[in-house]
Design a protein around this ligand. Structure first.
Ligand SMILES: [Mn+2]
Length: 335
C-alpha cells in the first residue's frame, strides 16, 4: 500500500517545513472534532509527540465554530485539519492542513497540501519518524478516500463506512472505545453496523429525500432526511442533478438543540454559502453551526431563508414558505 497519494501536487510555496526538521514540543494538540480525518490526525500527532518527547500531550477537539472562538494562548501547539489563519502564524506552532488558505506562513511551521487529507499529512510526518505501520497505511488510505471524497477509488464505499463511524458515534465516544489506539478502528465490529445501515437505510432515504427537497433560495435547496446517510444521499442528488439547486443543505439538530448546517455542491458554491454563516470547510463540502436562537428544523429553514434570500419576490416567498412548513410538518407527523 502506497503511503503517498501519487496524484497530489508538489509541495506548495506556502510550506515552510521539511519533515525531518526539529519539531517544536507542543503544549497541546488541537484537531477537528467532526470527522474521521480529524480523529485520526489527532491520534497520530499524539503518538508522534509521545515518541519524540516521551509525554502524553493533551488532545483537544473542536467543531469549526468553537474553533473560531477559541483563544490560542499556548506558547506552542500542533494543529491539524483547521484552515491556516493569521492568528495561528506563530513560532513553535506546527499546522498540518489541507483547506484552502490565503495566509502565508511567516513564523509557523506549515505543512499544507490541498491534495491530501490532514490525516495523510500527519501520517507522512509519523512515517518520517519511523512510526509507519501496515495497519496505519490502510486506515489512513481509507480516511483519505472518504475525506477527499474520492468516489472512483475501489475502497470508496468501505471508506464511507469508516467515516460514518465518527458521524454516528462521535469523536470522544469512539476515542474511548478504542482507547486512543487508531489501529483498533481497523475492521472494528461497528463497521458491520455501518454496512447494514448503508444497505438498508440509504436507498429508502434517497427516495424519500428526493421527493421532499425544499427551496431556500433559487440556488439553494434544503434536503430533509428521515433515514440513511445524509452525505451519500446529497451526493447522489447532486451527481444525478436530481434537483434544480447548485447547493444542497442538510440540517442536524444536536442533543443540546444547536443546529448544524452542512452545505454540499459540485462547483465550489458550498464554501461561500457556509461562510455566510461563519462556517468553513472545503469548496464543495462545508458546514456551520447556526445561532443559539435557532433550536429546531423549522427555525433553521426560516433562518437560512432570511439570510440567503432576504428579499424574496412577492408571491414566490409565500409558496416556498408553505412548502417549507409542509415538509417540516409532514416529517413531524410522519414519525
Ligand atoms: Mn479534513
Amino acid at each position: 500500500m502506497s503511503r503517498a497519494n501519487p496524484r497530489s501536487p508538489a509541495r506548495e510555496p506556502g510550506n515552510s517545513f521539511s519533515p525531518m526538521a526539529a519539531l517544536p514540543k507542543p503544549d497541546i494538540i488541537l484537531t477537528h472534532e467532526s470527522d474521521l480525518d480529524g480523529l485520526l490526525s489527532g491520534l497520530l500527532l499524539r503518538r508522534l509527540a509521545r515518541k519524540l518527547f516521551d509525554q502524553d500531550i493533551r488532545l483537544e477537539a473542536h467543531h469549526y465554530n468553537s474553533w473560531k472562538q477559541r483563544q490560542l494562548r499556548e506558547r506552542s501547539a500542533w494543529v491539524s485539519d483547521f484552515c491556516f489563519e493569521p492568528r495561528m502564524d506563530r513560532p513553535d506552532w506546527l499546522i498540518l492542513d489541507h483547506h484552502m488558505t490565503d495566509t502565508p506562513a511567516k513564523q509557523a511551521h506549515l505543512i499544507h497540501d490541498i491534495g491530501k487529507s490532514a490525516s495523510l499529512l500527519c501520517y507522512e510526518l509519523c512515517c518520517a519518524h519511523g512510526l509507519g505501520r501496515p495497519e496505519l497505511d490502510r486506515l489512513v488510505h481509507l480516511s483519505n478516500v472518504v475525506d477527499l471524497y474520492l468516489v472512483e477509488d475501489p475502497d470508496f464505499e468501505l471508506a464511507c463506512d469508516y467515516g460514518n463511524l465518527v458521524k454516528t458515534y462521535n469523536f470522544w465516544n469512539l476515542h474511548a472505545l478504542i482507547e486512543g489506539n487508531p489501529e483498533r478502528l481497523l475492521d472494528h465490529p461497528l463497521l458491520d453496523v455501518m454496512a447494514v445501515k448503508r444497505r438498508v437505510e440509504d436507498p429508502l432515504g434517497f427516495a424519500w429525500s428526493k421527493r421532499n427537497v425544499v427551496e431556500i433560495s433559487p440556488t439553494i435547496g434544503f434536503v430533509d432526511t428521515v433515514v440513511g446517510n445524509g452525505n451519500s444521499i446529497v451526493h447522489r442528488l447532486l451527481r444525478a442533478k436530481a434537483t434544480p439547486y447548485a447547493v444542497l443543505v442538510t440540517l442536524f439538530v444536536k442533543s443540546n438543540r444547536t443546529v448544524i448546517a452542512s452545505f454540499r455542491s459540485e462547483n465550489g458554491e458550498a464554501l461561500k454559502t457556509a461562510q455566510q454563516f461563519q462556517g468553513g470547510g472545503h469548496a464543495n463540502a462545508s458546514g456551520a453551526t447556526l445561532p443559539r436562537s435557532v433550536t429546531s428544523l423549522e427555525d433553521a429553514v426560516l433562518y437560512l431563508r432570511s439570510v440567503l434570500a432576504p428579499t424574496p419576490e412577492k408571491g414566490g416567498s409565500l409558496t416556498s414558505l408553505e412548502q417549507a412548513f409542509a415538509a417540516v410538518e409532514s416529517k413531524a407527523t410522519g414519525r
